[in-house]
Design a protein. Structure first.
Length: 281
């Protein structure tokens, strides 16, 4: 069994996977390019001594200056243009007065809206020189992302994406976070399907979830965004209701691309125009 598929239903969240016509790829290219350019711009601002609020301010200004909107400002009460997750923060770190220290690693996640289309992407950044194992974790996480992306083509399944990611992460002794996943997007920020980053895609009864065998078809848009922990995959959600950290306080890393399934493979919408897809920059 597979998840239900529907022809493109515009900006309505239907719970079914949308198949977008070729013309919609142009909208996603524009949104993805701007999101990638925002992260490109931030590379020179990530350094020891800045605050995460400083970085967020730069991103918000960039998005507005380019005539776009931030999808996260106002989303479920969130007030910032980015999520910035340092060191053992897995995802959804809230920008604020915290000062970046030498050797810190961080994920910056940005989503822009351009003419109604969402470009969603994140990258890891180094503040100064990271420790050897931190660098290896970041390198492996990028390789996990690309392993998942390279598994995408018509006829493949969602399980193929997760399996490729999990195999790469565990080969290096790292673990894949299970509590968060990628998602469909387009004119809707979060849509079907859910993209898990591991192979044993199980439902609440312990059996394999029917969505695991969902076949990829041309016109599907979604994110792939593996979160990889240095230690165990267990997650703790902090009292602010947003920030997710590794329960054992081990380092965590994440990369994210928005992609589209094409007739013969995959298109990455959020690839850096300047080639700054992974550190060091």
């Amino acid at each position: 069994m597979t998840e239900a598929v529907v022809e493109d239903a515009g900006d309505i969240r239907t719970g079914k996977i949308k198949l977008h016509p070729p013309a919609d790829f142009e909208g996603m290219r524009a949104a993805g390019k701007l999101a990638a350019e925002c992260l490109d711009m931030l590379t020179e601002h990530v350094r020891p001594g800045v605050t995460t609020a400083d970085i967020d301010d730069k991103a918000r200004e960039f998005v507005l200056d380019n005539g776009a909107l931030s999808a996260t400002i106002g989303y479920r009460g969130y007030r910032h243009a980015t999520c910035i997750s340092l060191n053992h923060v897995i995802c959804h770190g809230i920008p604020g007065p915290k000062t970046v220290k030498p050797g810190d690693i961080m994920n910056i996640d940005v989503t822009v809206i351009v003419d109604g289309w969402h470009g969603d992407t994140s990258r890891m950044f180094f503040a100064g020189e990271p420790k050897v194992k931190a660098r290896r974790l970041v390198d492996t996480t990028y390789e996990c992302l690309m392993a998942g992306v390279n598994a995408v083509h018509p006829g493949a399944t969602l399980r193929d994406i997760g399996g490729a990611i999990q195999t790469r992460a565990e080969a290096e002794g790292f673990s894949v976070v299970r509590d968060f996943c990628g998602h469909g997007l387009g004119r809707v920020f979060h849509d079907a399907p859910n993209i898990v980053h591991y192979a044993e895609y199980r439902d609440r009864f312990g059996g394999f979830h029917r969505a695991a065998e969902t076949e990829l078809k041309s016109g599907m848009f979604f994110t792939i965004e593996p979160m990889i922990n240095e230690g165990k995959p267990d997650v703790k959600l902090l009292k602010d209701g947003w920030t997710a950290v590794s329960r054992d306080k081990s380092l965590s890393a994440q990369f994210e691309h928005s992609i589209g399934v094409t007739e013969d493979g995959v298109e990455i919408f959020t690839k850096s125009p300047s080639g700054l897809d992974r550190p060091p920059y």
